[in-house]
Design a protein around this ligand. Sequence first.
Ligand code: GCW
Length: 680
Amino acid sequence: MKKLLLLVCLITSIAHAEDGYRLWLRYDLVDNPRLLAEYRSSITGLQSTASETATKELLQGLQGLLGKKIPLLTTPQEGTLVVRTSPTTLGDEGYIIRTETIAGKHITQITANTDRGVLYGVFYFLRLIQTQQSIQKLAISSSPALPYRILDHWDNLNRTVERGYAGFSIWNWHTLPGYIDQRYIDYARANASIGINGTVLNNVNASPLILTPDYLEKAAAVAQTLRPYGIKVYLSVNFSSPIAIGGLKTADPLDPAVQDWWKKKTDEVYRYIPDFGGFLVKANSEGQPGPQNYGRTHADGANMLADALAPHKGIVIWRAFVYSETHEDRAKQAYNEFKPLDGQFHKNVWVQVKNGPIDFQPREPYHPLFGAMPQTPLMLEFQLTQEYLGFATHLAYLAPLFKECLDAGPPVASTITGMAGVANIGTDRNWCGHPFAQSNWYAFGRLAWNPKLSSAEIADEWLRQTFTNNPGFIDTVKKIMLTSREAIVDYMTPLGLHHIMGYGHHYGPAPWYDKASRADWNPVYFHKADSAGIGFDRTATGSDALSQYPPAIRAQWEDPKNCPDIWLLWFHRVPWGWKMHTGRTLWDELCHRYYTGVDSVRAMQKAWASVKGKVDEERAHQVEMLLNIQEKEAVWWRDACLLYFGTFSHMPLPEKAEQPAHTLDYYKKLQFPNAPGTSR
Ligand code: GCW
């Protein structure tokens, strides 16, 4: 009997283990007795004419948080929560949450024009309780700043994920359409809770098979699952599809047979998915086919697809991440190709631009296309998966990176109508690999809804929902999150350095690498270190990439004496003895930054250890182990980079500092044939 009891206890504790699956939607009983009493008296029943999805989510959430069943009512009484669609001025997605007195009864109303709006309001309301705020006098109205808030999955049809570090693709194409994994529904709930309203199911390096009837039927089943949560499905398409699966000899966008093929194919897609969002296209980039194969422009290619989609109100999202093997600075190429096309795209074409002009580095200046294409709607693309930020092993809270871009220049946030996030989601039990990587999915959604939110606010609400409302925990761990991205910049690529990671897999440091077939895939192309100095001259005396920015920005960055230290080596080539704003020489500053980066990780480890006991054991231990790996890898980055750059500066490492454990040769010889994330 005793044994049986023990077993039952064990099984229940396993079932309740904090394995991260529930994300920020944990809905556990409110652990503050005063607030719990307030919530219980403010919500005595529910009157809902909202969608089944919204009502179910609300009932489930409230039952968990308040620890009691919420009765469904037909007429409001004291303390009733009233949820319904009703006309507002807040568009398709906005909502209002208000405390009201009707016929002497205090009620709370959640209203919106549409079911989608109501669902967003419901999640907001639940969040107020999850984060333990008062709900007694509410007067909230909210609507999204950006109409397009989309996740881009780089998921292949064989379930590998390009640059994915959290297991395999969540889309099980083999068992679709017959089998709907509970994970698809929980994915939809999580996205809806943060306002994400679109998802691109497959990799931009797209297999043409996605447009065959078999796969369209599978995609339709996913679309049907996501639809009640207000999420539209989009697909990445391969520009050569008419050849690959259509039997045509060409994919020339000006060829009438090609145009006709796309028109018919698009009509077919809409027969499967009536509210299909549109096509995402990577063309003439990194070996993908595109209109330039036929001497046509990006506009010719995008417009052809746009015309096929227009009758169905779908859009084309055409990526500006293009660069080819020329002598032109890679940072300049997207602007050079796309800026002249402004005004030539049809109305339903969006151009999708990465946050920076190279490729999702730990720090890049904002992309100069933002603000430079006033006649074209732009989508800003961030990478949530940490291709260049330590994979899913390093704790990197990326809201500060997102904010840095959104607030930069024109500001960037004012030049866009959508945001795309390259998803960091996989089959790992906790979805994203690192328990903290979920915060980047969360922050992306929250910022796409409201780019004005601060990184600290988002970290605060995410922590409360995902871990605990314990104030000691929140204070300490929020600091860890807010310093984490800068720590990575410091131990990987300080002072404007970029693209000095391992070749191909992008794991670890390899600033010495110079064997790639193309110059602009080699780290040495980007840092240009020699005994005279280091850095990429992007001023008028060099590649002049700076000329792509507006005059006011150029003025701040073009003189190395005024250029902020964080951009120095991005825009300038300077000698090792260059005097920095801190008073140190460039070499000393470089050392200082690399050492600071490692120190920051050690401070993160200490801080995390100090909250032990305030957080569940499972995740406490997971994060501890991951921080240990991160510390080792930070040391590896620091030592490998400084030993290598030291061969040019001929200057010593700081005397009293920790010295590298290995020789440069040792670091150069490290090989990682099975590093994760490479899918080809
Ligand atoms: O960051 C680079 C990645 C490629 C990716 C490409 C892109 C999908 O290394 O793996 O391909 O960008 O954004 O298209």
